[in-house]
Design a protein around this ligand. Structure first.
Ligand code: COI
Length: 354
């Protein structure tokens, strides 16, 4: 058991905060003054420490680089006008990181390091949490294999780290998405449900090809038939068809999004009809053509609630209803943000108040 009272804190001599333009925050390019690190060796985690943010010395032979034992998480802290800071559902991210770790044959991380460690880190970086309604502090925990060994086997040593980045919106405008029916993100029995770095690497080329056509992102389809919607890589997908909120069920190919779970919980409580079931590409496109699809949107920590304005399948594009008419994503999206900022009752105890 790690005693977090013993997380050693080494502070940076002078903060960089005045160098950052908080009025114009991009996603993920600015980092706070400190980071947390811990080391796994001899079968246990130790040396949890908060140190100045900076480069990490490493061997060029570490197995994370060569064989991809590398996983991460994403969560956010919010500040309201009263200056209160809340971290949204850190335990859910801790649990999900440990599921990713098990699948990638990596050690699980104790709650004392993940949750208490990030609480201490964000507390130290309080001034970096933006108060602007569209901004937040994005928290990125990650773990990677550090054995300097070129044989293909699970590493025996690992580093865990948490870095923080004050961010604006990931997507600044409503999205144009392509339904991808050639490339595959994840197959049954693989690592699609895990937040494995390699999942994102394999999506780069198909996403770039789409972006060259002016498309923002992809909606992946199943590996076997390319006939059913999966997720969008940066977010889970939701469709409102015949006034029912429908989202693909969680399988081994879909990331179990914390925002997905939060959104579905609130939508059910608000008495919207919700179905977790497969959605075929044909059902979606025919539904759009017939005017039965009233909303398509993605949900994710970085993406928040990302409404979709246009879909492309093969050579055809389809306009979706304007976002002002999107009742469920607008209503539940606003409610979720109000909860995160402590402006509405947190009936599920999702927030960790600092
Ligand atoms: C997140 O939403 O936290 C993600 O990890 C998605 C993306 C930025 C990789």
């Amino acid at each position: 058991m790690i005693d977090t009272q013993n997380i050693e804190i080494t502070k940076r001599a002078e903060s960089r905060i005045n160098e950052v333009d908080f009025g114009n925050l991009p996603f993920g390019r600015e980092f706070t003054d400190h980071m947390l690190m811990a080391t796994f060796e001899h079968g246990q985690w130790s040396n949890a420490r908060i140190i100045p943010y900076g480069n990490i010395p490493m061997s060029p032979a570490i197995s994370a680089i060569h064989y991809g034992q590398s996983i991460f998480e994403g969560l956010k802290a919010f500040k309201n006008e009263a200056g209160e800071i809340r971290i949204f559902r850190p335990e859910s991210n801790w649990q999900r990181m440990n599921k990713s770790a098990e699948r990638l044959c990596m050690p699980t991380i104790p709650k004392e390091i993940f949750v208490d460690g990030l609480r201490q880190l964000v507390n130290l970086e309080r001034n970096w949490v933006p108060a602007d309604p569209s901004c937040s502090l994005y928290i990125r925990p990650f773990m990677f294999a550090t054995d300097p060994y070129l044989g293909v086997k699970a590493s025996e040593t690992y580093s865990f780290a948490i870095i923080c980045s004050p961010v604006g919106p990931y997507y600044a405008k409503p999205l144009h998405l392509k339904i991808e029916t050639h490339y595959t993100r994840a197959a049954m029995g693989g690592v699609g449900f895990a937040k494995a770095a390699g999942n994102y690497a394999s999506a780069m080329l198909p996403a770039k090809l789409a972006q060259l056509q002016g498309i923002d992102q992809l909606i992946w389809t199943d590996a076997k038939e390319h006939a059913y919607l999966e997720e969008a890589g940066t977010m889970n997908m939701m469709v409102v068809i015949d006034d029912v909120l429908v989202t693909p069920p969680l399988t081994s190919t879909i990331l179990p999004g914390v925002t997905r779970d939060s959104f579905l919980t609130l939508a059910r409580e608000a008495n919207f009809k919700v179905e977790e079931r497969r959605i075929s590409v044909i059902e979606l496109i025919e539904g759009v053509k017939a005017g039965r699809v009233s909303e398509v949107f993605g949900v994710g920590t970085a993406a928040t609630i990302a409404q979709v304005i246009k879909l492309t399948l093969d050579d055809h594009s389809y306009d979706l209803p304007s976002i002002e008419t999107c009742t469920i994503s607008n209503q539940i999206g606003s409610q979720l943000l109000a909860i995160k900022k402590g402006l509405e009752g947190d009936t599920h105890s999702w927030n960790l108040l600092l």
